[in-house]
Design a protein around this ligand. Sequence first.
Ligand SMILES: NC(=O)c1ccc[n+]([C@@H]2O[C@H](COP(=O)([O-])OP(=O)(O)OC[C@H]3O[C@@H](n4cnc5c(N)ncnc54)[C@H](O)[C@@H]3O)[C@@H](O)[C@H]2O)c1
Length: 375
Amino acid sequence: MAAPLKIGLIGTGGISRSHLPVFKDFPDKVKLTAVCDIFEDAAKERAAEAGVDDIYLDYETMLNEADIDAVDICTGHDTHAPIVIAAAKAGKHSLVEKPMGNDMDECRKMIEETDNAGVTLMIAHMLRFSPTTEAVKKLLAEGELGTINAAKIDINMNAVGSLREGHWMLDGKAGGGIGMTNTIHETDIVRYLVGDVKSVTGVKKSISKRLLNGAEDMLCATLEFENGAVGTVMCLWNSPRSPVSQGYTLYGTEGALYSLPTLPIYRGDHFGPVVVSSPTRDTPETAPINRRDGSPSREMKGLEDIMGHFKQLEGGNHGLPSDNCFSNEILHFAECCQTGKEPISSGKAILGSMKLIFGIYEAAATGKTVQLADL
Ligand SMILES: NC(=O)c1ccc[n+]([C@@H]2O[C@H](COP(=O)([O-])OP(=O)(O)OC[C@H]3O[C@@H](n4cnc5c(N)ncnc54)[C@H](O)[C@@H]3O)[C@@H](O)[C@H]2O)c1
């Protein structure tokens, strides 16, 4: 059995806490050996939580001096590319939080540098590692929903109101805005499940006065997939006193499924939308509306007829090592680093998801349909 992969954590803010359980739960696979943050107190706090005493205040020193095989990068968006590139030059593998980089040039450079150095680059799209996604993938492969014709992405959270003034997520220069911060999760997972997107149109607005340098709190887009499916994206970051949502709906020729928001989302355990599918199919005779002539075929029975017949997918790990998607993601990263296997969310696999977000931004800026192949 291979020795555990030795990992250095860079960035000890909010999301880094969700990356810690795997080190306690799977000590034979991964070991946290160093911690780094530009703020000493933040680094010390997380290091104490993880039982690590090798602490750094700059990542270059950590890359040169720490006993690590790889880094887990949990910093703001504009630091992802420089840290991955520095890690590659130091011969270290990188797991980097989403979004991959701040523009397509950065993303391509990250792939080039890690390829040249022969190290693994994986983007931390943890939804790809949730048991729910695994179950949905299986359901789609078995043809339960037939051919997926349409997808709807819906994000609604009052993030602008809950972030402190000047926070980097509110600053377009730092890669802030709802698209890079939240939309990317759902567009990536829908792309993973349905296929690549061919073209997009979009509108982007910055309503809140707290936003800086073009960061947006409203993003609205239409998608056309390579396989002919269509999609919509409606993402709101400035929606006080409205229901919180972050999820997707898939519509197929044989049925539909949708995810339910599971806040608080950063807890890590059981993460992932709860997916509900429609196993009961109406025939022309049993449907409330006759499919042949549109006349009522029977009396409507109430809400169930209007909403459809849905059931919640079974819980459990669905073949993954745990029910914690962050842990599954980090275990997959370790396996790829140690075997040379291409990660499910490698830089190359995620490039299309970055094109999707940057394509929506470009469509919003130009008012034109953007072909993602051109990006
Ligand atoms: N997967 C998810 O569900 C999820 C959720 C939240 C955030 N994220 C992503 O995680 C990343 C971090 O987000 P966050 O909410 O934890 O942000 P945060 O601001 O809470 O934490 C970032 C930390 O990085 C540190 N940092 C900044 N520059 C650094 C540098 N050069 N060297 C070392 N440390 C540095 C900061 O001091 C801070 O402690 C972002 O990419 C974000 O999009 C993912």
